[in-house]
Design a protein around this ligand. Structure first.
Ligand SMILES: *Cc1c(COP(=O)(O)O)cnc(C)c1O
Length: 511
C-alpha cells in the first residue's frame, strides 16, 4: 500500500456517545468512547509538563503528591475521570529526560509529532500485522530509516523495543549464519556441547552485546574485547591477531561488531577496514549504530561511516537522535532469510492457515493475518512502532534531522573548545559525534574521581544540567551526549559554568 493511498480513506459518521459508558453498550466497566473528553481533561497537565521543563532542577519526588508505596488493588474501580486526575498528577511529576538540560543516557522524550503518533497508534494502530494504514506507515518508516543511515536499498528491517533487543536479533542472525557455514542449524538443534563461538568488539562495545551473547547460548565470555586506540576506535591489527589466534584454537567466529558511535566517547570504528577484515575471515560484520548511525544522514558526518553499506547487519535506535519517544529500536539485515531461520516461531495451528498470498488490493485488511515480522523477532504481538518514525520524519524530513545532528555535533565541539581553553577544566576525550568527556581538573593532592563524583551530585541536585558519567582511560569523567532536540547553547554553557562553580567551591572550601 502506498502512503498516498491513505488519502482516499474517508471519515465516516462518528459514533460518539454524549455521556460516559462504552460505545457498544456491552456493560463493560471500561469506557471505550469519550476520547476527546478524556484527552481534554489531561491536556492542562500535559501542557504544564512542558512549561516546567526549564525548572531549575528536578527533585526526585514531591512528598504527598504521588504514592511512594504501591496502593491496594481496588475491588471497585474509581472510574475514568478520577483515574485521569491521578494520571494528571503523575504527568506533573513525570520523568524529566526530555528537559533541555538533560544530556545523560542517550535517550530523550518524544517531540510533539511522536506524542501525537503514539496517541493515534494507541487508539487506531492495533497490531503491526494485517493490511492497514498503520502497517503501511510502519513499512515506510523502516525504509526511510534505512535510507537515512545509508544502507543498501534492499536492506530488510524489523523494529523492536530498543537497541538491546535489536542487538539480540542481529547477533541471532549472525549466529545462525556462522553455524550454517558449519552445516548446523543452530536455531533448530541448539549449540552442541563444547562448541565455542566468539564475538569481536572493541573494549568500547556496549554491554547489550554481552547480554545478547548470553541469551544466544554463547555466553558473555564469548565476547572478546579488542583493545581500542587512544581515540576510542578499535585497533584493527589487534582484531586480526585475535581472529587468527581463535581460529587456530578451533573457536567459531560469530561476528565482528563495528561500534558506530560508542556510548562512552562517541568514537566510530573504521567500518570499511573492519568489513575488509570480516570478508577475509568469512565472518559476519555487524554495526552497532544504536546511537550514532543516524549521523550518517548528515553530509558533514557521513565520511566517518565509510563502508557501512557493506556490513551484514546494523542496529539503530529511533528513540535516541530521532526522538520518537522511548520504545523503538531497529534491526537491519542484508539477508532477511537468515533472520527468519534464526527466529521463526515454528508453525502454530491458529496462525498458519491464516497466512495468505492475496495481493494487498484493499479488499480486506484481514487477508494477511500476520506479516513476516512475527518470524523475525522476539515478539508476535507488537504495535506499529514505525508510525512514530514515519511521523517524525514526515514532519522534519532528512534536512531537519541532518540540521539537528550538525547542531548537536556543534554543541559538543563548542563544549570541548571551552574546556580546552579553561585551565580549571580537563578534556578527557575530544568531541566525537555529539559526545565530550571532561572533568574539573583536580588540584595537586585532590582525588579527581571523588571531586568529579561531588560535582556530578551537585549538578543533579541543584541544576537542570545533568550529564552521565563514564570512565575514560581509567579516569572518572562527566559525559554529556547531545541528542535532545530541546537543548540549546544556553544549556551547554550552563553545564560548563556549573561545573566550574562546583569545582571551585569543592577545591577552595576546607572539608
Ligand atoms: C543505547 C545503546 C544500546 C542499547 O540500546 P537501548 O535502546 O538502550 O536498549 C546499544 N548500543 C549502543 C552503542 C547504544 O548507544
Amino acid at each position: 500500500m502506498e502512503v498516498e493511498a491513505m488519502q482516499t480513506f474517508e471519515v465516516g459518521d462518528a459514533v460518539v456517545p454524549e455521556e460516559g459508558g462504552d460505545i457498544a453498550g456491552t456493560g463493560d466497566a471500561a469506557v471505550t468512547g469519550r476520547v476527546t473528553a478524556a484527552l481534554t481533561r489531561l491536556l492542562p497537565a500535559l501542557e504544564r509538563y512542558h512549561a516546567t521543563a526549564d525548572a531549575p532542577h528536578f527533585p526526585a519526588y514531591v512528598p504527598g503528591t504521588v504514592p511512594s508505596e504501591p496502593l491496594a488493588l481496588p475491588d471497585d474501580g474509581v472510574g475514568l475521570d478520577a483515574t485521569l486526575d491521578e494520571l494528571a498528577v503523575a504527568v506533573e511529576h513525570g520523568c524529566r529526560i526530555s528537559a533541555p538540560g538533560f544530556v545523560g543516557f542517550i535517550t530523550t522524550g518524544a517531540t510533539t509529532s511522536g506524542v501525537a503518533a503514539a496517541t493515534a497508534t494507541a487508539l487506531a494502530g492495533g497490531q503491526r500485522y494485517l493490511v492497514h494504514a498503520f502497517n503501511a506507515l510502519e513499512r515506510t518508516g523502516i525504509r526511510w530509516l534505512a535510507e537515512l543511515c545509508g544502507l543498501p536499498a534492499d536492506t530488510y528491517g524489523v523494529l523492536s523495543s530498543g537497541g538491546s533487543t535489536a542487538q539480540l536479533l542481529a547477533l541471532g542472525a549472525a549466529r545462525q549464519a556462522a553455524f550454517e557455514r558449519l552445516g548446523v542449524d543452530v536455531a533448530a538443534d541448539g549449540l552442541a556441547g563444547g562448541v565455542r563461538g566468539r564475538i569481536y568488539v572493541s573494549d568500547r562495545g556496549h554491554r547489550t552485546i554481552h547480554r545478547a551473547a548470553a541469551v544466544l547460548g554463547l555466553g558473555r565470555d564469548a565476547v572478546r574485547g579488542i583493545p581500542s586506540l587512544p581515540g576510542g576506535q578499535v585497533d584493527p591489527d589487534a582484531l586480526e591477531a585475535a581472529l587468527a589466534q581463535d581460529r587456530a584454537a578451533g573457536l567459531v567466529p560469530i561476528a565482528i561488531v563495528a561500534v558506530a558511535g560508542s556510548t562512552d566517547t562517541g568514537s566510530v570504528d573504521p567500518i570499511a577496514r573492519l568489513v575488509e577484515i570480516a570478508r577475509r575471515h568469512d565472518t559476519w560484520l555487524h554495526v552497532d549504530g544504536a546511537y550514532g548511525l543516524l549521523a550518517n544522514a548528515s553530509p558533514t558526518q557521513a565520511p566517518a561511516f565509510d563502508g557501512v553499506r557493506d556490513a551484514d547487519s546494523w542496529i539503530v535506535d529511533p528513540h535516541k537522535w530521532l526522538a520518537t519517544g522511548v520504545g523503538v529500536g531497529a534491526t537491519f539485515v542484508r539477508d532477511a532469510d537468515v533472520l527468519t531461520r534464526a527466529f521463526a516461531e515454528g508453525e502454530a495451528a491458529y496462525l498458519e492457515g491464516s497466512f495468505s498470498t492475496v495481493p494487498e488490493d484493499g479488499a480486506s485488511q484481514f487477508d494477511l493475518m500476520a506479516g513476516a515480522w512475527a518470524d523475525q523477532s522476539l515478539e508476535l504481538s507488537a504495535p506499529p512502532r514505525g508510525v512514530l518514525v514515519w511521523a517524525v520524519l514526515r514532519e522534519i524530513g532528512r534536512a531537519g534531522l541532518a540540521a539537528r545532528i550538525d547542531r548537536h555535533v556543534g554543541f559538543a565541539r563548542h563544549l570541548a573548545a571551552r574546556v580546552a581553553a579553561e585551565p580549571r577544566l580537563e578534556l578527557l576525550c575530544d568531541a566525537q559525534l555529539s559526545i565530550v568527556c571532561f572533568r574539573y581538573a583536580p588540584p595537586p593532592g585532590v582525588d579527581g574521581d571523588v571531586l568529579t563524583a561531588r560535582v556530578l551530585e551537585r549538578l543533579r541536585r541543584e541544576t537542570p544540567f545533568v550529564p552521565s558519567s563514564t570512565v575514560v582511560r581509567g579516569v572518572y569523567a562527566l559525559r554529556p551526549c547531545f541528542i535532545n532536540p530541546r537543548t540549546t547553547r544556553r544549556e551547554v554553557d550552563g553545564l560548563v559554568d556549573a561545573v566550574l562553580r562546583f569545582g571551585d567551591e569543592a577545591t577552595s572550601t576546607p572539608r
